[in-house]
Design a protein. Structure first.
Lengths: 112, 190
């Protein structure tokens, strides 16, 4: 899919296409060690990536198909419910453990 | 900021978790489209945008304090990006980071960069500025960018401009740098 030993220009163009078409992870995985170094050290690459994001935002963000908000809302609510449960869970188990400890102590107590 | 959003934000500051949970509905309805378009700048993929946004909203519900002093839509967007979205954007790529030949800082800058020009401008400001900047380009440069924005591949652009794929890549790269300089000039950053 991608060429090998790409120059800064080629890397930038591939990044731009990956961002436009939504396959950034594939682009990231395609980078060789040498290309990674090229990207990390190229000032021009970073300047151009910012411009790519700007153009992506202007050219495509408006064309995105925004999904059904109500449907999405139920996903958010489910996520919140799960976090609420997680937040309550440790306190409940701790309370349970405390209760067990008390009953255990009571059993070992000698009657006066 | 519109009245609905202001009211939703105020209700989000309630210390009671259940009240905040109920307040989330109006907050999500008021901000969903703005946030998803904003995230699209970084992910370029609606499905990923939804997944990230789901976590972002849950994070906001858990700790909305960063939004306490927000007074405008622009400020809201910037604060949400800085304190909620960036963390989640980085999480998306953390799982594949082990197999990447890219230094951690470079990856962070590529996926969830620090606040730049893009984050400082609203969508309408950006559209207006880009339109003005594109009109100042040479015809060939403008055509290359416009065709790319229409979704054409490099090969298709090359055939349209009657040149090679390599030349198109070079032309796009140079034009992007030129546009970036113009954008900086527009912001008086030089």
């Amino acid at each position: 899919m991608f060429e090998i030993n790409r120059t800064t220009e080629e890397l930038l163009v591939d990044y731009a296409e990956a961002l436009r078409d939504g396959y950034i992870p594939v682009f990231l995985k395609s980078l060789t060690r040498q290309e990674g170094r090229t990207i990390a050290t190229s000032r021009q690459f970073w300047d151009a990536t910012e411009m790519v994001r700007v153009l992506n935002s202007v050219g495509f963000a408006d064309k995105t198909v925004t999904p059904n908000v109500s449907l999405f809302m139920s996903r958010v609510d489910a996520q919140i419910t799960s976090r609420l449960k997680k937040a309550k869970a440790p306190s409940q188990s701790k309370a349970g453990a405390d209760a067990k400890r008390i009953t255990k102590t009571k059993k070992t107590e000698k009657p006066i | 900021m519109n009245k609905q959003l202001r009211k939703a934000l105020r209700r989000l500051m309630d210390p009671d978790l259940e009240c905040r949970r109920r307040a989330m509905e109006s907050f999500v309805r008021a901000t969903f489209e703005i946030f998803i378009r904003y995230l699209y700048r970084y992910l370029g993929n609606e499905v990923e945008c939804e997944d990230v946004l789901e976590d972002v909203y849950a994070d906001i519900w858990e700790d909305p304090n960063r939004l306490r002093n927000v007074t405008s839509e622009k400020q809201l967007l910037r604060t949400v990006y800085l304190y909620y979205m960036r963390r989640r954007l980085r999480d998306v790529y953390r799982r594949i980071n082990r197999n990447l030949n890219l230094p951690q800082t470079a990856l962070k800058n590529l996926i969830a960069p620090e606040l730049g020009i893009l984050e400082m401008m609203s969508q309408s400001e950006l559209r207006e500025t880009i339109g003005r900047m594109l009109s100042k380009l040479k015809a060939r440069e403008r055509t290359a960018i416009e065709l790319w924005l229409e979704g054409m591949s490099n090969r298709a652009i090359a055939s349209e401009l009657k040149t090679t794929v390599g030349a198109v890549k070079m032309l796009k790269f140079r034009t992007l740098l030129k546009l970036k300089k113009q954008l900086q000039h527009y912001h008086g950053e030089d």
